[in-house]
Design a protein around this ligand. Structure first.
Ligand code: FE2
Length: 377
């Protein structure tokens, strides 16, 4: 397991300068979205050469939900640059692109990277998240799209060795994005909690993240410095939790919703969990976690205690109320065929982390609830 170094700062990057100087970094390959230009961080990298004599080669040629082709382009640019350090500044997409560039850069460039074995390399990877939600800075996962289809990449060698958390970057983040990314962190904490892969360590992280998120929602949405700092820390801790457990059905079922209804990832995951969670409480006797249904019920009880509610059902209801209170766009199915498309899209491997096995009918039922389709017969 990689031991990550964390720098927590407020708009002051002297510690990062010192780290780069100490590690004799001559050149940086900077993977970032265009939003960096509106941040102090943008200026920080712009004058790095004159300030501490480190050359910066910028790569921004990718979109949210990055395509495999844009990553191949990034790998070529990175090799051309002859840099040995990658810094990712951005949300999940920028960090995921940087992870893939790192792991693909020592592969056979004449073959498809997705079909090759990952061999760890010594390229430095540093992550500076500009949203509080994906937790990608703490995980071994990256999500990219090959011919439009989602691909999950997972390898311990792509966990950034240094993470810099600077909550001042959240000050100018649009409210809609703040809401959606917060929901992502909230879903990571919840799903990690009930995942069949949970450990004492992951449960500690899930609980810590959940407590911080729940007590900072309004401060964070009101853009207070404390609220932003706490949410950024919570997102990172939730990332550490899913790095151990992976996500569950909430995430496995959300990807196609994002694509079909053009809604943000975190909101799509929250929509699934608003229906999945009460369904799991009602079906807890079907628990497939090897620790048994008693363990799962214990998790639900513990989450209820953290939510400060009197029962697991009330906690799930409160979660639903939190999601509703954010006034995100309401989605509805165009036709009943949507349910079949959604149901067929779910990756069964990802469902294996869920504590209750979902059959095809269960998946359809949950999608119908999300899309407010009622069975007529
Ligand atoms: Fe997520």
């Amino acid at each position: 397991m990689i031991d990550q170094k964390i720098i927590e700062t407020l708009n002051n990057y002297t510690e990062l300068d010192n780290y780069l100087i100490k590690n004799c970094v001559p050149k940086i390959f900077l993977v970032c979205g265009h939003s960096i230009n509106h941040l102090t961080l943008g200026k920080y990298f712009d004058n790095m050469k004159s300030r501490i004599d480190i050359e910066v080669i910028k790569f921004s040629d990718f979109q949210p939900n990055p395509s495999y082709d844009s990553i191949v382009n990034g790998v070529n640019k990175f090799i051309e640059s002859q840099a040995n350090t990658i810094i990712a500044v951005g949300g999940g997409s920028a960090i995921d692109v940087a992870k893939c560039i790192k792991i693909y850069s020592n592969m056979d460039h004449s073959k498809n990277y997705l079909q090759q074995k990952i061999v760890p390399n010594s390229i430095h990877l540093i992550a500076i998240p500009t949203t509080a939600g994906t937790g990608s800075e703490a995980t071994r996962y990256a999500v990219i799209y090959y011919n439009g289809e989602k691909q999950s990449i997972s390898d311990f060698s792509c966990i950034p060795s240094l993470v810099m958390l600077d909550p001042t970057v959240l000050k100018t983040l649009p409210l809609f994005q703040k809401k959606a990314t917060m929901l992502d962190a909230l879903c990571h904490s919840l799903e990690s909690f009930w995942s069949v892969n949970s450990t004492a360590e992951s449960l500690k992280s899930s609980e810590a993240a959940l407590r911080i998120i729940l007590s900072n929602i309004s401060d964070y949405l009101n853009n207070s410095d404390t609220g932003n700092a706490n949410m950024m820390r919570a997102s990172y801790i939730a990332g550490k939790a899913i790095n151990i457990t992976q996500t569950t059905a909430g995430h496995a079922m959300c990807y196609k919703l994002t694509k079909m209804y053009d809604i943000p990832h975190g909101y799509a995951a929250a929509l699934v969990n608003t229906e999945l969670w009460p369904w799991m409480i009602a079906n807890s006797e079907r628990c497939c976690d090897k620790r048994g249904s008693k363990h799962l019920l214990g998790c639900f009880e513990k989450i209820s205690e953290i939510f400060n509610t009197s029962s697991p059902c009330d906690a799930a209801k409160l979660f639903q109320n939190i999601v509703n209170s954010l006034n995100m766009p309401v989605i509805s199915a165009k036709t009943e065929a949507d349910i079949d498309i959604l149901q067929a899209s779910v990756n069964p491997v990802r469902l294996k982390n869920n504590p209750i096995k979902l059959e095809t009918d269960d998946i359809s039922y949950i999608y119908k609830r999300i899309l407010k389709i009622t069975d007529r017969n």
